[in-house]
Design a protein around this ligand. Sequence first.
Ligand SMILES: *[C@@H]1O[C@H](CO)[C@@H](O)[C@H](O)[C@H]1NC(C)=O
Ligand SMILES: *[C@@H]1O[C@H](CO)[C@@H](O)[C@H](O)[C@H]1NC(C)=O
Ligand SMILES: *[C@@H]1O[C@H](CO)[C@@H](O)[C@H](O)[C@H]1NC(C)=O
Length: 633
Amino acid sequence: MRFHGHPASSFLILPLLLSSLLLDVPLLDADLSSDAHALQDFATRVLHARKLDWDSPTRVCHSWVGITCSPDGSRVTAVRLPGFGLYGPIPRNTLGKLDGLKVLSLRSNYLSGDLPDDVPSIPALQYLYLQHNNFSGGIPSSLSTRLSVLDLSHNSFSGSIPETLQSLARLTALKLEGNSISGTIPSLNLPRLKSLNLSSNNLTGSIPGSLHEFPSSSFAGNSLLCGEPLSPCSMIPNPSSTTSQEPAKALRDGNPDGNRKVRTRTIVVIAVGCSLAIFLLVVVILVCCLKKGDGIAVLKRKEVDVGNVTSKDFGSGVQEPEKNKLFFFEGCDYNFDLEDLLRASAEVLGKGSYGTAYKAILDEGTTLVVKRLREVVAGRREFDQQMETVGKAGRHPNIVPLRAYYYSKDEKLLVYEYMPHGSLFARLHDKGQGRTPLDWDSRLKVSLGVAKGIAHIHLETGARCVHGDIKSTNVFLNQENDGCVSDIGLAPLMTFSAAISRSIGYNAPEVFETRKVTQKSDVYSFGVLLLEMLTGKTPLKYAGYDDIIDLPRWVRSVVREEWTAEVFDVELLRYDNVEEEMVQMLQIALACVTRVPDARPRIDEVVKMIEEIRQPDMKDRLSSGTESNVQTP
Ligand SMILES: *[C@@H]1O[C@H](CO)[C@@H](O)[C@H](O)[C@H]1NC(C)=O
Ligand SMILES: *[C@@H]1O[C@H](CO)[C@@H](O)[C@H](O)[C@H]1NC(C)=O
Ligand SMILES: *[C@@H]1O[C@H](CO)[C@@H](O)[C@H](O)[C@H]1NC(C)=O
């Protein structure tokens, strides 16, 4: 239940998930020893800031950093060294000799020079991540035909896009943005291509028709590129003519040639548009017929394939195409995959109502929170739909952003942004060393933030949306020390008992009878949270705390005259002139924890009430008061 770091209890938990997949085979056959040799060759010839410890060749599959072997331990199948401070060129005949290699991730290093063509042409290679280095020269044209992801973005590659990409029938992601690639885009027709980014290069000419359906951001930042989805080619000044003549001017001048060209183009555009529309209509009808009855929404999510984590040959996973994918929500610009997550060093943050939360630090330093959900009752489709709702609802400054999720039969993971200032629970109740208690100003700010977050869930996402598990361990402080609500939208996916048992102190009385959470029960839980914040007492049963569990009942039992002396957190009594505000907040809290659900205010009314606590003239006093408190903690 404690959502704060325990450095002493740091474990590499998540990698354990992987370990079951790697069988121990002590024998070292010839192929493996040549793999080990090639890797050692690489390590000695490439400077690296972080230690690799690739010493004993017999341990290559067991203890070498960044190395994964095939299940039978006969070949190295993955090399992942992201952010290892690798410096300089990759020598030929090192990594290129690993001919069982399927995954190579060397992103976010300082690798430079030509990419030796024996690397991308490793026959088994499926995932090549080299983004954020400084490779230069041309993109090698000999590429493994099994490639599924080719990410060379943010380097200094020049030259043109090789035509041989057309032969990569399995390619799902092609990322070349942020290089100096020039020339025209070859007419690629890759059925599986889902993610394409050629932006910020030096490409010219028109975008081939087969790539029109990608968004304009896939092509932006190439000043001489034109055609759908960018502006039509006629609008771009002709690169060969030095005086950038506008086509409109040519028309005005009555240039018959230009006129005819424009007209022909219009006809072509209309014709293409019409046939596209008809095609789309047919597709829609087909899809509707096929999916009749289940009414599933087409999810607009960014999909990232992950390598063979649990399936032997993921690339040809025809039966269950959605298996083993980490789903990213839009607006997430993180660069990681499921394997990175599983390999991240992780520390247990705490056990929540729905499972265990880990703080995961990726190799390149990104910190995330990964939640392993337990007791999920929802099926795949229901889960997906709920996540879609959550992804949409979650875009609010007072809601902890959910970045990605993973669903399989045995494992459900949610990936959240990490909140460095910890949970409200920890800030209120952790009396450990070096922790400054939250002052009244901060508590007021957090309360208002949380109320706004809940209001967003209740009001912006449709009448049926509830949080269902408001409590201080689900409230986090962001960079601005504003309150953010986490774990939204999970209640409907879980067994009822999972939610109820761990949050007893926060649940409205009617919830135990109806076994249903409502917006009114959310307001009750929020009222308990306010009481917790005001009293400094926890409504949760918690080791080391023998405090009361039913906060509302206890507060009601104290007569009003005694509130200041009895109810309020002693930490808060150190501040002058805040008593009136605290009393007002207590009244709001008591209104929220009214027994009769219909007598409780709506959350948007609560937001208004909290906003009214702070009088304008008091703001000045409090902000100066806060400053002096900082100096004397
Ligand atoms: C990348 O390499 C080029 C030469 O190929 C060099 O001029 C440039 O400074 C390098 N950039 C960085 C960030 O190291
Ligand atoms: C792009 O190409 C043009 C002409 O080919 C050249 O003048 C320009 O310097 C290039 N820009 C970059 C950023 O490479
Ligand atoms: C392409 O990359 C650029 C720069 O990284 C980014 O801003 C843009 O959103 C990306 N577009 C797509 C479609 O991924």
